[in-house]
Write a new protein. Structure first.
Length: 563
């Protein structure tokens, strides 16, 4: 799909002023201004994140109430149950809170919902059963903000439920004992973009401060960073501090399970965002996607390296199975599109399949969005009901769209860019039409064409390894702080194109004697349309690769235009 190039234009006088004030290059100053960091103080804080930049956890609504309750539970040795969620954010939140309470003398248990059987959200029957077993305090992580029935069940059962969550609340809040969620309307906490594990980290911060143990907080940042990156929240502000420090500490893991996971995923000592997103998180998610459960939490408690390695081998096997299931569903969707090509012109795409593995439909929805740049929901049918997972595009609020269809849905929840739902199978066609109609009113035709923000135009001959190292000062990159994309015009194709592993395009570009390798990941088909005798305009990212012990500059193609 041809992208719309949007050349960012930072005012030259402000670029020079910021560069002079901070003693940085004009290119770095331009990148900072393009990210809204045009004051020296904000730019300096961004370039040098410090733990001191973390906000006071007591600013979060209900925080003091929650800490008081937990202190009482620890002192009275009450039974505590952590009610988690089955994605990486929820899993890491369970591990962090469980470990923190253990360090303070508690013995909490945890409940990890079965992704395929129970779906998202707190369940009233689980709360009731926990109360019957003697749990007087239940703490949810990464879920619960819309769990009205579960909160009511806790009241009726005589136990107290604390909700910690980061998802968008409904018009009213459930009747929980306390709710930690920076998105609740009456919460003034500065960072509204915390992941679920980030909210738990703030709770641990406040709790440890009460016990004068703040000095051990840094040890939790590794897992908090993994959950934060996996949940694709903006990597700015407080999240940037968490991820920056967490990634650095992952280079030297002491936890036996974490060390086994890194080794089993083939991650080296330098852990990057891409390693978390494409190596660690998929393996952790695969456990619950493919029907597993507690072992992904237990991994971080085992002391025996052999036991940890066995768990990781199982995770790798489940991840391979997940990849096969995902490929099968994508092939089925391709067949649906070939039989009904008009589906490609819809503003909102909905696909339904009998028996599609419900553990991978969210990933499939992401793949469809990447390919067609339209909000998408993929639904798996069992013949009676459908469970769906959706992903969106910038500028389209997926949860708001589902709100407009609540009369069709048995259950739904999520946020702007990702959501899930359940509904009777005979209402799927109506849901597809209703969502398409709503999207057609909210989106313009140009919204369905991806926009590619270009930081600036650079001559090929100016690209170098030192330039890459300069750009890396702005890492870690992610939502809110994207990996910079540059463009060069009228460059020659020096060699290629070639197709690597049947799916990647590689070529060499040249201008004024400079010759560089460029790869367009997962776009090998483009090789059929490139004419090597013609000059091209290219948009790309910059990175380093090591080959035969030598470090080289690599261009990651994002788009290519040819006359």
């Amino acid at each position: 799909m041809q992208a719309r190039w949007n050349l960012l234009t930072a005012p030259e006088d402000r670029v020079r002023e910021l560069a002079s004030g901070l003693g940085i290059s004009q290119l770095t100053a331009r990148l900072l201004i393009n990210r809204g960091l045009d004051s020296p103080d904000r730019a300096a804080a961004f370039l040098c994140p410090q733990l001191a930049q973390l906000h006071d956890p007591s600013l979060m609504k209900d925080m003091d109430r929650v800490v008081d309750r937990l202190v009482r539970a620890l002192e009275q040795r009450e039974r505590i149950l952590i009610y988690g969620d089955y994605d990486v954010d929820g899993i890491t939140a369970i591990v962090v809170l469980k470990r923190a309470l253990e360090m303070l003398g508690g013995h909490p248990e945890f409940y990890l919902p079965r992704r395929l059987e129970e779906g998202y959200g707190l369940k009233a029957d689980v709360i009731t059963q926990a109360a019957e077993k003697g749990y007087r305090l239940i703490i949810s992580v990464d879920s619960g903000i819309r769990s009205f029935e579960a909160c009511q069940a806790a009241l009726q059962a005589g136990c107290e439920l604390i909700v910690t969550d980061h998802h968008l609340p409904d018009k009213s809040l459930p009747p929980a004992f306390a709710i930690l969620n920076p998105r609740r309307p009456d919460c003034s906490y500065p960072n509204k973009e915390l992941a679920g594990v980030g909210v738990v980290f703030k709770l641990v911060h406040a709790l440890f401060r009460r016990f004068s143990k703040e000095h051990v907080l840094e040890h939790f940042l590794k897992l908090v960073a993994i959950g934060t990156v996996a949940d694709v929240v903006p990597i700015v502000g407080e999240n940037r501090v968490i991820v920056r420090y967490g990634l650095e500490k992952l280079a030297d893991p002491h936890n036996v399970g974490l060390k086994a996971l890194l080794e089993g995923a083939g991650v080296g000592r330098e852990v990057r965002m891409v390693d978390v997103g494409f190596r660690l998180a998929p393996r952790m998610n695969a456990v619950t996607r493919m029907g597993g459960g507690r072992e992904v939490v237990d991994l971080f408690s085992v002391k025996d390296p052999a036991e940890a390695e066995a768990i990781v081998r199982g995770m790798n096997e489940m991840n391979s199975t997940r990849q096969r299931e995902e490929a099968g569903i994508l092939e089925a969707i391709d067949r649906q599109l070939s039989q009904a090509p008009e589906l490609e012109s819809r503003y909102f795409m909905v696909f339904v399949g009998e028996g599609w593995h419900r553990g991978v439909i969210g990933i499939v929805a992401s793949r469809i969005v990447d390919k067609f740049h339209r909000p998408t929901i993929v639904l798996s049918s069992d013949g009676t009901s459908c469970q769906g997972s959706g992903r969106s595009i910038p500028g389209f609020h997926l949860l708001d769209a589902l709100d407009q269809c609540r009369d069709l849905l048995t259950q739904y929840g999520g946020h702007a860019q990702a959501a899930g739902c359940t509904l009777p199978v005979d209402l799927c066609a109506g849901l597809a039409d209703r969502l398409n109609e709503y999207a057609s009113q909210k989106l313009k035709a140009e919204d369905l064409c991806p926009a590619l923000d270009i930081e600036c135009l650079l001559p090929i001959e100016q690209l170098s390894l030192p330039l890459v190292q300069e750009i890396e000062q702005l890492a870690p990159f992610g939502l809110g702080n994207p990996l910079p994309v540059f463009a060069s015009k009228q460059v020659d194709i020096a060699a290629g194109p070639w197709v690597l592993k049947d799916k990647h395009l590689k070529l060499q570009v040249r201008k004024n004697g400079s010759r560089l390798d460029a790869i367009w990941w997962k776009n090998g088909k483009a090789a059929q349309t490139i004419r090597s005798e013609k000059r091209v305009d290219i948009a790309y990212t910059l990175s380093r690769e090591t080959y035969q012990g030598r470090e080289n500059l690599l261009l990651g193609l994002c788009d290519l235009r040819q006359e």
